[in-house]
Design a protein around this ligand. Structure first.
Ligand SMILES: [Ca+2]
Length: 422
């Protein structure tokens, strides 16, 4: 990161309006580390999402622990974004933001350009679907490649796609679809589709299970595809940058398994982040009614859905009587009631020294960001809500070492958390 890069970010910072500022000081208590903390919050949940719920009775052993005191303020950087979904910084400090209805916006020198970027593919914008993730190729400075995920098709037949294009600073050129989910589905639920790059320049992309009952595929509930290794539904897939399967994928030689599959048994991952310092991949996944999960994801593993789950049907009935099973990986955190987690960042920086190595998970229904403190071994030792008061769709660490938040609203905001020196 060079000096001019930081300078341009600071220039952007100078024009923002601080709509509200609220310092927050965490009190400190202690508790033993626990690899699977089940935390109940006192938040009043507002049911505005298809993935909202009321709490069933689950074994909530509350671990009310606080992180090291860290004063910070929340600054509204921008507003007027229509259901923003994801963001990615360009090397010059400008920021790309997707809007779910199908627009790619750009923030130049701190100001939202009124003209969306041309060349975005036509998207199926319905319910949870539309234009979703945006991500830069790790070697963007050389190849100018940008990756987008989006839903494509109709209400009767749609699927998640990944496309890449070169960005010339004004428009996308040479758009190419490099991947699409193997089977079409109906309805507007559970598309995934976060992108994360690994150090070897392969990409991981989360794909949702296709939807809730009564949505079916091949005569059975579509959610069962999460356990079908020949389907992309309910998986994390690992791809080369051109969409092909890397030869060292876990199921590359398995019979009747799709070679791009990295992990399986996922319902709908909406937060995904890779920590290069520990080589750990973290995900947040929606349950139905309760049972949202934080998972530490490893290649080739089964994360259980819908065979084991803490979640219940929206009607209240059991999805499964099993919460855990040998050979399936238990979540590190279960959120009941659901937070509807979306957006996940591992913080690696020095602007918030006490937050280094911690996770920050947005919540659509909880309208907050959960600060999840990890120990060296990756065990969750505490979590604290940072109230945002709006549906949180994405959380990212900016190149300036600050945390940025997108809110999923018709007039969505870009919010920044900044440290306040005591
Ligand atoms: Ca699970």
């Amino acid at each position: 990161m060079n000096t001019s890069y930081i300078d341009s970010l600071k220039k952007g910072a100078a024009v923002v309006a601080a709509l509200w500022v609220s310092g927050c000081s965490f009190t400190s208590t202690s508790a033993p580390s626990n690899p699977a903390i089940r935390t109940q919050t006192s938040d009043t949940l507002v049911e505005t999402s298809t993935d909202s719920n009321t709490p069933p009775s689950v074994d909530n052993s509350v671990n009310n622990i606080a992180a090291t005191a860290q004063d910070f303020q929340k600054v509204t950087v921008l507003q007027g974004l229509e259901h923003p979904w994801s963001m990615a910084w360009l090397p010059d400090g400008d920021l790309l933001v997707t809007e779910r209805p199908g627009r790619l916006r750009i923030v130049r020198n701190g100001t939202l350009d009124s003209t969306p970027i041309a060349g975005v593919p036509e998207v199926f914008a319905f319910k949870q679907g539309g234009l979703m993730d945006v991500s830069l190729h790790p070697r963007f400075a050389e190849n100018r490649l940008i990756y987008l995920t989006y839903s494509h098709g109709t209400r009767d037949a749609n699927r998640t796609r990944i496309a890449r294009a070169t960005f010339d600073g004004q428009a996308l050129q040479n758009l190419q679809v490099i991947f699409e989910v193997s089977q079409a589905k109906s309805g507007g639920q559970h598309f995934g589709s976060r992108i994360v790059w690994l150090p070897d320049n392969t990409m991981l992309v989360a794909i949702g299970d296709g939807g809730n009952p009564p949505v079916e595929l091949e005569g059975d509930l579509i959610r069962k595809q999460a356990q079908n290794l020949s389907s992309h539904l309910g998986k994390i897939v690992r791809l080369n940058d051109d969409g092909s399967a890397p030869p060292d994928n876990p199921f590359i030689n398995a019979e009747n398994a799709d070679p791009v599959i990295w992990s399986y048994g996922h319902r709908n991952i909406q937060g995904l982040t890779f920590d290069p310092q520990t080589n750990r991949l973290w995900s947040t996944e929606h349950g139905a009614r309760g049972g949202d999960e934080l998972n530490l994801v490893k290649a080739g593993e089964n994360y259980g859905w819908p065979v084991v789950t803490h979640s219940r049907e929206y009607s209240g009935g059991e999805i499964s009587s099993e919460r855990s099973r040998p050979g399936m990986i238990d979540p590190r955190v279960v959120w009941t009631p659901a937070t509807a987690p979306s957006g996940l960042a591992i913080y690696r920086g020095d602007r918030f020294a006490s937050w280094n190595g911690d996770l920050f998970a947005g919540g659509l229904v909880s309208r907050d960001v959960r600060h999840i403190e990890l120990d060296e071994a990756g065990n969750v030792v505490s979590q604290q809500p940072i109230d945002i008061g709006q549906r949180v769709r994405d959380v990212r660490q900016g190149p300036d070492g600050l945390l940025y938040i997108l809110t999923d609203e018709p007039d969505g905001q870009l919010i920044r958390l900044e440290p306040v020196s005591g």
